[in-house]
Every structure is written in structure tokens, then in C-alpha cells.
Design a binder for this molecule. Structure first.
Ligand SMILES: *Cc1c(COP(=O)(O)O)cnc(C)c1O
Length: 233
């Protein structure tokens, strides 16, 4: 079995290779370690290996981890990204504890996050989650409503609108993966005409990271390839 440190080194190496292959700078792709369901000791191992950005999906679990690492958050500059579905009764906890939110898909949630962001904190960095697969069951806003939503969210005082995120339908072939990611990149390019501050594309997970990087991903969200399979028992 490889260690978390070795896995992070391996993924970082792969990110670099994938970036260089398509003429991108390796530093332009940030590794987000998705630590949901994983214990504190695993996160500490990742921190000791130099990892600074962590993603969590469940509000309660994520808040406990942010609080546990409070000292290191400050000393080492850790960043916590909320990447899971958000219910409106949980927005306060997210606004109070996280640095980034990737999964905003409606105005009501964004408004609450802005209202509830503590005034002593930097603005919450926000990504709009887009449904690139067109399935009604998946969360995310549609391509035809994303511009309207972006305009409204950009006007909120305590949020900084940074870009788009998607979790495409699982596809095993590279061409389909690339196609879905390119559609998100195209949507961002259109928005950048009126919102030049949107510079972030959160796309790519353990199974489709290479295609995401080719399509322009700036944050890859990697869980399994760093921490191993998740145990939901
Ligand atoms: C769990 C999760 C990931 C990580 O997926 P892996 O396949 O384990 O790398 C990335 N993004 C989101 C939104 C997730 O929920």
C-alpha cells in the first residue's frame, strides 16, 4: 500500500505531465484533496506532505474538521472548500467556516451565504455548479440560466464569484469526458466577457482528471487517488 504522501506526489506529478502535454503551466492546476469520510489522521498526513486545500461534502463533518485544524488553518494557510449539496438551513455553518464553496446552484443559497458571512472574514469564494449532463436528477444550474445567476451573485457584497464547477455524468471514454469538460470551459469563456474576475474551473476527479486538465481545469478535486476508497458504513 502506498502512503498518502506518496499518492499526493504521484498525483502532483500526473497533473504536471497532463498540463505540460497540452502546453499549460503545471502551477495553473491546483490539487484539492477531497477528504470527506476520511479521519483527522489522514488529513494531518496530507498536511504534513504539503497539501493545503481540502474539500468536504457534508456540513457537520466539514465544520468539525475545520475547527479541529483551527491553529494550523492560520499557521499553515489551510483552505477549506465546501463541495457538497447545500440546504438552506445549513448555509450559516458553511458561511462561517469555509473559504470556498463550489456547489452554489441557486440565488437563494448565495444570498444567505452572503448575508451570513462574518464581517471579519474575507469574502467567500464562490463557484456556480453547472449541470453539464442535462439529467434532471443531478444538481447544478443549466447552461441557459447560468449567466443570469452569475449576474445576480456577482452583485452580492460578501461573496466573490470565481468561476464554474461541474460533476459530469460518469464516462469511461476520454472523448466523452473531454466533451463535457469543454462545454463547461466554453460557458466560462462566455461569462468572462462580462465577468473577467471569473478565473476558476473546478472540474476533474480521480477518474477523469487528465481530460479535465486538457479542457482547462484550474482545480481538480481528488479523493480516492489520495486517500483510498471511501468507507460509508
Ligand atoms: C467525492 C467527490 C470528489 C472526489 O471524487 P474521487 O473520485 O474520489 O476523486 C470530487 N468532487 C466531488 C463533488 C465529490 O463529491
Amino acid at each position: 500500500m502506498t502512503s498518502i504522501k506518496q499518492n499526493i506526489e504521484q498525483i502532483t506529478h500526473q497533473i504536471g505531465l497532463s498540463a505540460e502535454k497540452c502546453g499549460r503551466c503545471p502551477d495553473s492546476v491546483q490539487l484539492l484533496a477531497v477528504s470527506k469520510t476520511k479521519p483527522i489522521v489522514a488529513i494531518q498526513e496530507a498536511i504534513d506532505a504539503g497539501q493545503r486545500h481540502f474539500g468536504e461534502n457534508y456540513v457537520q463533518e466539514g465544520v468539525e474538521k475545520v475547527q479541529h485544524f483551527q491553529q494550523q488553518n492560520r499557521e499553515k494557510g489551510l483552505n477549506w472548500h465546501f463541495i457538497g449539496p447545500i440546504q438552506s438551513n445549513k448555509t450559516r455553518l458553511v458561511a462561517e467556516h469555509f473559504d470556498w464553496v463550489h456547489s452554489v446552484d441557486r440565488l437563494k443559497i448565495a444570498q444567505r451565504l452572503s448575508d451570513q458571512r462574518p464581517s471579519d472574514k474575507a469574502p467567500l469564494q464562490v463557484l456556480l455548479q453547472v449541470n453539464t449532463s442535462g439529467e434532471s436528477s443531478k444538481s447544478g444550474t443549466d447552461f441557459d440560466t447560468v449567466a443570469e445567476l452569475a449576474n445576480a451573485i456577482a452583485a452580492l457584497p460578501n461573496l466573490t464569484l470565481r468561476g464554474l464547477m461541474s460533476i459530469p455524468e460518469r464516462a469511461d471514454d476520454y472523448a466523452s469526458q473531454l466533451h463535457a469538460f469543454q462545454s463547461l470551459a466554453d460557458a466560462l469563456a462566455k461569462l468572462q466577457v462580462t465577468h473577467p474576475e471569473m478565473d476558476t474551473l473546478s472540474m476533474g476527479m480521480s477518474g477523469d482528471m487528465t481530460a479535465a486538465i486538457e479542457a482547462g481545469s484550474t482545480i481538480v478535486r481528488i479523493g480516492t487517488a489520495i486517500f483510498g476508497e471511501r468507507d460509508y458504513r
